[in-house]
Design a protein around this ligand. Structure first.
Ligand code: FAD
Length: 387
């Protein structure tokens, strides 16, 4: 594909840059800490008011009508200025509902995502079902016009700040294989019987939760797709998630900050950026980021041809998440002993790097670990035999 942008696209970039500059709340500019729902809502609502929040969706469901190049440019500019990523409603469940939801489900859920009124979280993982997700056990028993859910999910990100949860549940204990006994349902996160408990993370924060289900009633109309056919839907959501997690524009700002750090930090009487080893590592990371962008363009081409993301999204996820870790590790190496300071206002923003680096460990775990991505790439992209 042609990697050059047209004059119109470059004009669009200038428009996007200016609009984002005027509307992105100052709290996001230059920050490396997670934002709160209230802060994110301000930004999402500004986008929603323009019809730009669900930019990638088809126009009839509330999409922007932008070309793929324009969507890419807008995301790029937003990330460059520090804008938060999309909610799971926009990037994961929405596209899946457009593909598989019934008309009444689309009518119920999509407009609230488009208007930034409902935020979503993901109930997939269980204490004994992470990489081996198909072994999940949260039970959903049909009782007339509703299901009754009992069991536990874990690592539910943003459960405390979400309105809705999409859940993989087991509806058939006697299915011929694990995958075919799974269904996909949605529920308000505050439904009676759902209890969330925070989990303390390595960064000393709690962004994810244990989620317990005790006799939770879920109306049958909240089943997405067919009963016992939820596995395909669940995997489709993951493919959307992996592209979002590994996208190059997400890491652009981090690499810029490391370069800035190298230009300011003194080492042996000169700036770190003047050390050949540091310069080489920065240059290598720039090239890696460029390569990731090129792989992202490949996914874009696929979407241009009307195809949905498939196992190739694992390449973006694997490469992107490990690249992010290498970027953060370079910041720690530039800081040397100062990297031991942990989020101390007395040392300013630079004292956040150790926390950021600890946080990047999670990226190669969520949305499927790096080992699992390598398995998918080898078996389903390269066609190699199962190990
Ligand atoms: C920050 C964060 C946020 C998350 N948010 C959510 C969320 O919102 N919703 C949700 O449902 N889940 C979420 N998760 C859970 C995440 O999807 C799981 O942690 C992940 O799928 C791995 O599962 P596990 O933790 O059970 O590890 P395990 O599956 O037990 O894996 C342990 C180790 O074994 C390796 N391994 C396992 N199987 C294989 C294999 N077949 N081949 C090679 N190696 C293998 C893994 O790579 C890993 O190193 C989140 C996780 C994190 C860290």
């Amino acid at each position: 594909m042609d990697l050059n942008f047209t004059k119109e696209e470059e004009d669009f970039r200038l428009m996007a840059r200016e609009w984002i500059g005027n509307h992105l709340p100052d709290t996001f500019k230059g920050r490396r800490q997670r934002s709160t729902r209230v802060e994110r809502d301000t930004w999402y609502k500004a986008l929603a008011a323009k019809g730009w929040l669900c930019a990638a969706w088809p126009k009839e469901h509330g999409g922007s009508g932008w070309s793929l190049a324009q969507q890419y440019i807008f995301r790029d500019e937003a990330a460059n200025q520090g804008a938060p990523g999309n909610d799971m409603g926009v990037s994961m469940i929405g596209p899946m509902l457009i593909e598989y939801g019934s008309e009444s489900q689309k009518k119920r859920y999509l407009p609230k995502i488009v208007a930034a009124e409902e935020m979503w979280c993901q109930g997939y993982s269980e204490p004994n079902a992470g990489s081996d997700l198909a072994s999940l056990r949260l039970r959903a028993e049909r009782h007339g016009d509703h299901y009754v859910l009992n069991g536990q999910k874990i690592w539910t990100s943003f459960a405390n700040e979400s309105d809705m949860i999409f859940i993989l549940v087991r509806t058939d204990l006697n299915a011929k294989n694990q995958q075919s006994g799974i269904s996909f349902v949605v529920s308000p996160i505050n439904a009676p019987g759902i209890e969330i408990r925070p989990i303390r993370q390595i960064t000393d924060e709690s962004h994810f939760y244990e989620t317990f289900f005790t006799d939770v009633k879920v109306p049958v109309e909240n089943l997405i797709g067919e009963e016992n056919a939820g596995w395909t839907l669940g995997k489709r959501v993951l493919a959307h998630e992996r592209i979002a997690t590994g996208a190059a524009e997400v890491f652009r700002q981090s690499l810029d900050r490391v370069r800035d750090l190298a230009m300011r930090t003194s080492v042996n009487g000169h700036h770190a950026i003047d050390e050949p080893v540091i310069r080489q590592r920065l240059a290598k990371l720039e090239m890696e980021l460029g390569a990731l962008k090129a792989v992202g363009f490949r996914s874009l081409t696929q979407l241009l041809r009307g195809q949905m993301p498939g196992p190739e999204s694992s390449i973006v996820k694997l490469y992107g998440s490990e690249l992010y870790q290498r970027i953060a590790d370079l910041a720690l190496d530039i800081q040397g002993p100062a990297a031991q300071v942990w989020d101390d206002p007395g040392y300013g923003d630079d004292s956040l790097w150790s926390k950021v680096a600890a946080g990047t460990r999670a990226v190669s775990i969520y949305s499927g670990t790096s080992e699992v991505q390598r398995n998918i790439i080898s078996e389903r992209v390269l066609g190699m035999p199962k190990g």
